[in-house]
Design a protein around this ligand. Sequence first.
Ligand code: FAD
Length: 456
Amino acid sequence: MQRRDFIKHTLLATGAVALENCQPKDPYAPRKYEGQIAIIGAGAAGLYAGYLLEQQGANYTIYEAAEQIGGRIRPLKGLADFEVELGAEKIRGSRSTLYDWAKESGASLLPTSGTDYYQIGTLLRTEAQWNTDLDFRLAMLLSQQARAYSGNETTLAQLMETTKLVAKVRHIPDALIANNYGTSASRLGLLGVAEAEATWSAGRDNYLLGNRSLLSLLEEKCKNVIPKVVLNKQIKRIDFTNSPIVLEDAQAQRRFADKVIVTVPLSILQANDIQFTPSLPEAKLTAIRNIGMGAGIKVALVFNRRFWEANTGSIYTSGSVPEYWVSSAGRSTSSFVLSGFVTGERAEVLSGQTSTVIIQNLLKELDTIYGKGTATAALTNAKVMDWGKEPFIKGAYSFPIPNGGGLLTRQTLSQPIQRKVYFAGEATHYGGHSGTVHGAMESGRRAVEELLRDVV
Ligand SMILES: Cc1cc2nc3c(=O)[nH]c(=O)nc-3n(C[C@H](O)[C@H](O)[C@H](O)COP(=O)(O)OP(=O)(O)OC[C@H]3O[C@@H](n4cnc5c(N)ncnc54)[C@H](O)[C@@H]3O)c2cc1C
């Protein structure tokens, strides 16, 4: 489908085009939904659902447990001379509303096009430089095969074992595939990975916003939605036995709604932090268990000089943090920032340490790569963001577990209940875009479409 057709189709599906264009007396015009809609969570999914409902003139309120909007999008001012993203940072692909919004807003979109460096032992080299090393080439080949895996279910770790990939390069597929998917090699189901890769349709290029944060972009586009957000309002119970639906918050205060869109992270559902009455259907409970979500830490290290090669894109290490990238590239000429991202088992280990210890150890690891004391001496500021410790997030993002049932399981997770309770959020995306901001937004759109379809 052409991009323009896709947008038109989407607008039609949400009723937006029909509503805008219809004459007042058009007998076929979709009716405006007059009921009260509650959205739980003001992350990308919840805000975009609000944006679409706002266009419909619908009555909605967004309840957000935290003291700020954005969820897993959280920029930090003051650490460097630009806003450092502690959560989502890259716009993944160019075929999404998120990308279009960035374009429309005039933001500078910086393609993440640098050269990647890989550590083996104490040496750091580019792919071209390592290419004479057979083990490196096998690690890269296996990473490629993992993305298109078919056969009996296996984890990435099992695949490395059965193909006898040598230990000194196993961190490479682990970083390129497992960490990228939000977990470690031993926990990632490759059938789910292959399915997600095959259905991914957003394009393969990644972009950083050069001159603004992701949150400021959402704030600009959702400026009419933000007044409808009630902060510090953790919803603890959703009773949809009767109409209206009763929502109870952490202070036992009650709110009422005719329809609810739940956008909280999968981990919040897994932890039973929201009690549903009647309880969720067995199929949905099984789906909640059959998708993974675990520890995730992002570390921002701010230096007073650049000690890495000027062309550096990502640095894949064999240490505690599988991947660093240069967050300051194109954004600053005086703050030099490496962002590190670690999930799964390694994130669990780091999570047991203090920020000071984590930073000291990461600097030591970078010093072994770049020369004694180099990174340590250049550090001016640092921040460790442990998403597993965030009470209303509890992890990084969802990933396919072995034998988890893949996209069908995500579809089951997304199923509305009794035309009253709808589900959005990145984990409910069953078109391959889970674990992303634009995927979260698309899930919000799907939930709004389902809700409006039930009304007409
Ligand atoms: C470190 C990190 C890096 C990432 N990098 C990228 C990237 O570069 N590019 C990309 O596309 N994606 C990235 N992602 C993934 C992306 O951030 C998420 O997929 C997306 O932001 C999820 O949006 P969401 O609306 O589904 O969930 P969330 O953003 O988690 O929003 C859910 C909201 O629900 C709230 N909530 C929870 N419980 C309750 C309750 N009981 N009552 C009321 N509110 C509640 C939460 O506080 C939260 O605000 C990254 C994620 C992490 C953690």
